[in-house]
Design a protein around this ligand. Structure first.
Ligand SMILES: Cc1ncc(COP(=O)(O)O)c(C=O)c1O
Length: 401
C-alpha cells in the first residue's frame, strides 16, 4: 500500500499555503525511496557504467543492468528489448529517425490520432517534410473517445505503414482501446508504436498483451527521476534497425574508416547514460509494486468519480472528454475566465495546475478551444483537495463576475 507521507514535497507550504499538486500529467512527485536511491548513487558508488572493472564500476553496472530487468518485468518484455532514453519524446524520435527513415517512402501513410501530444506528431511531420509521407488522424466522438469506425477505415487504406498512438491522452484522460486497434493493424502488417507516457502512471502496461511493436514512456511521470525514459522495441525489429546516435557503448569495434555495432540493447545507448535516473526509475518501479496497482487503480477511480461529480456539477465549468474509461485527468473550460488567469490565481492559493494547450495544439484546434485549465491527479491526492479546489473555483467565479 502507499501513503501520502511517502512523498516529502507534499508536506510543503507554498507561500504559506498547503501544496495541492494537481499537475501530475506534467510530472509526478517523487517518493522518499527514489530520492534516497539517487542520493545513494552519488554519495556511495558514482562511477561510469560498462566501462571498467573497478569495485565502484562493478556496483554501478550491476545496478544499472538490474534496473533494465526491473523495467522488462514491469512491462513484460525481454531485457534486450529495453532501451534507456531521455524520455518518451526521445523514444519516438529514435523510432522515426531509424525505423521510419529506413522503412517509409513518399506516399506511405502514418496513422496518428487527433489527441496526440506534440511529441508524437512533430517527428512524423519532420518525416513528412523529409520523405513525403502522409499523415492521417483518427477523429474523436463527442465524449472524447476514439471514433473506431473511422479508425478501421483509415487502417484499411493500402499505404498505411505505421500506427503511432497514445494509450491515454494527457488532456482527456481516457484510456484508448489499443488492443483492438493494434489487432486491426497487425492484420494489415502495419507496425505499431504506443505512446504510454500517460497511461503508464494509471494502469499496468503489458507489451505482450498489447502486442505492439514499439512502446515509449518517461520515468518522471511514474514517480521516478526526470531525464530518463524507456523505449521498448520488438526484438526482431530492433535488430534490423540502424543505430540512432554514434559513440561509446553502441559499438563493437572502431577502426579509422569503419566500425561495428554492439548487440542489443547497447546498440541504441550511445554515450554515458543517465545512470542516476535509471537507478531511480527502478526504485520507482519497486515502489509501484509495493503500492500495488490494484490499490492505485481503486484510489484513482474514487478520485475521478468524485471530481466528475463535484467539478462536473458546477454550471460554469465544462470538462472535456467524459467517456467512461477516465483517469483523474480533467481539461476544463470555465465560463468567462481565461485558463491562464485561473491557473495564476489558483497558484497563489497553493493549487498547482497547468493552463494552455498542453502540447496538444491539433487537439485543441479540433475541439475549437484555444486553451484549457488542466487538473491531473495522482493516487496521493485526496477528495479534501478536490473540495478545496471547488471552493476556490467558486470564489474565482464570483470575483470575475
Ligand atoms: C501523451 C504524452 N506523450 C509524450 C509526452 C512527452 O513526454 P516527455 O516530455 O517526458 O518526453 C508527454 C508529456 O507530457 C505526454 O503526455
Amino acid at each position: 500500500m502507499f501513503k501520502r507521507s511517502d512523498f516529502p514535497i507534499l508536506k510543503q507550504k507554498i507561500k504559506g499555503r498547503t501544496l495541492v499538486y494537481f499537475d501530475n500529467s506534467a510530472t509526478a512527485q517523487k517518493p522518499s525511496v527514489v530520492i534516497k536511491m539517487v542520493e545513494e548513487y552519488y554519495r556511495q558508488y558514482n562511477s561510469n557504467v560498462h566501462r571498467s572493472l573497478n569495485p565502484l564500476a562493478e556496483v554501478v553496472t550491476k545496478r544499472y543492468e538490474e534496473a533494465r530487468d526491473e523495467v522488462a518485468e514491469f512491462i513484460n518484455s525481454q531485457r534486450e528489448e529495453i532501451i534507456f532514453t531521455r524520455g518518451a519524446t526521445e523514444g519516438i524520435n529514435l523510432v522515426a529517425r531509424t525505423w521510419g527513415e529506413n522503412n517509409l517512402k513518399s506516399g506511405d501513410i502514418v496513422v496518428l490520432s487527433i489527441l496526440e501530444h506534440h511529441a508524437n506528431i512533430v517527428p512524423w511531420l519532420q518525416l513528412k517534410e523529409k520523405l513525403g509521407i502522409k499523415i492521417s488522424y483518427i477523429p474523436l466522438q463527442e465524449d472524447g473517445s476514439l471514433n473506431m469506425t473511422a479508425a478501421k477505415k483509415l487502417l484499411s487504406k493500402k499505404r498505411v505503414k505505421l500506427l503511432a498512438i497514445s494509450q491515454a491522452s494527457n488532456v482527456l484522460g481516457i484510456l484508448n482501446p489499443l488492443k483492438k486497434l493494434i489487432s486491426w493493424a497487425r492484420q494489415k502488417n502495419i507496425v505499431t508504436l504506443v505512446d504510454a507516457a500517460q497511461s503508464i502512471a494509471h494502469v499496468p502496461v503489458d507489451v505482450r498483451d498489447l502486442n505492439c511493436d514499439f512502446l515509449v514512456f518517461s520515468g518522471h511521470k511514474i514517480w521516478g527521476p526526470t531525464g530518463v525514459g524507456v523505449l521498448y522495441g520488438r526484438r526482431n525489429i530492433l535488430e534490423n534497425m540502424p543505430p540512432f546516435l554514434g559513440g561509446g557503448d553502441m559499438i563493437g569495434a572502431v577502426y579509422q574508416d569503419s566500425f561495428t555495432i554492439n548487440e542489443l540493447p547497447y546498440k541504441f545507448e550511445a554515450g554515458t547514460p543517465n545512470i542516476a535516473g535509471v537507478i531511480g526509475l527502478a526504485s520507482a518501479i519497486r515502489y509501484i509494486k509495493k503500492a500495488g496497482w490494484k490499490n492505485i487503480v481503486v484510489q484513482e477511480k474514487k478520485l475521478s468519480d468524485y471530481f466528475m461529480k463535484k467539478v462536473g456539477g458546477l454550471k460554469f465549468v465544462k470538462i472535456l472528454g467524459t467517456a467512461p474509461a477516465k483517469f483523474p485527468v480533467f481539461a476544463m473550460v470555465i465560463d468567462n475566465i481565461h485558463p491562464h488567469d485561473a491557473a495564476d490565481i489558483l497558484g497563489t492559493e497553493g493549487i498547482i495546475m497547468r493552463a494552455g494547450n498542453h502540447c496538444t495544439q491539433p487537439l485543441h484546434d479540433y475541439l475549437k478551444v484555444s486553451a484549457t485549465l488542466r487538473a491531473s491527479l495522482s493516487f496521493y491526492n485526496t477528495t479534501a483537495e478536490i473540495d478545496f479546489f471547488v471552493k476556490k473555483l467558486q470564489e474565482l467565479k464570483k470575483a470575475f463576475k
